[in-house]
Design a protein around this ligand. Structure first.
Ligand SMILES: [Zn+2]
Length: 176
């Protein structure tokens, strides 16, 4: 009888665990689709389509999309703009406890800024083999020499994130 009770409890625990996992997966996709909306805004303005949102205590506190061309600023990446917007919202130079959702793996500049900002979590969609600094071209998120490390989860809505980028470059090639 006791064994059966124990088994029942174990099964219940397992079911709950897997349920919460899918629930968290859904939440990730919801925020990533918000980042995708930002990327589409960049696309519409003929900018390389990358978008980001920063989430704190279950709320989107900042948004950003790539504006390198329109601002004529090589640092105007989606993540950089979102970081500045988030810190001014929080009135704090640190983003402890916050999460960023970015459509494409951040570059070394943005990853460096996220480390300096002490952000807790980084979620990205598609990898960037050429410039990604979260394991692709280089790795800044988990560098033992740096004083802060970020929890990273990749591959959220990666098909949508990368196809937007592919469409953009295809359009560019056809134009020229
Ligand atoms: Zn960047």
């Amino acid at each position: 009888m006791q064994v059966r009770l124990l088994l029942g409890a174990l099964i219940k625990f397992k079911v709950q665990k897997s349920k919460s996992k899918t629930y968290m997966g859904k939440v990730d996709e919801i925020y990533m689709s918000e980042a995708l909306k930002e990327a589409k805004r960049a696309f519409a303005k003929d900018e390389v389509p990358v978008g980001a949102v920063i989430v704190y205590k279950g709320k989107i506190i900042a948004r950003g999309y790539n504006q390198v061309e329109s601002l004529k600023d090589p640092t105007a990446h989606a993540e950089m703009l979102a970081i500045t917007s988030a810190t001014s919202y929080l009135g704090n130079k640190w983003l402890s406890g916050a999460s960023i959702y970015v459509t494409i793996e951040p570059c070394s500049m943005c990853t460096g800024a996220l480390v300096l900002g002490r952000i807790q979590n980084l979620y990205f969609g598609a990898k960037d083999p050429k410039a990604g600094a979260c394991g692709s071209a280089t790795n800044i998120v988990n560098n033992k020499k740096l004083n802060h490390r970020i929890k990273v989860k990749e591959g959220i809505l990666k098909e949508e994130c990368s196809s937007l980028l592919k469409d953009f470059f295809k359009k560019k090639r056809n134009k020229s």
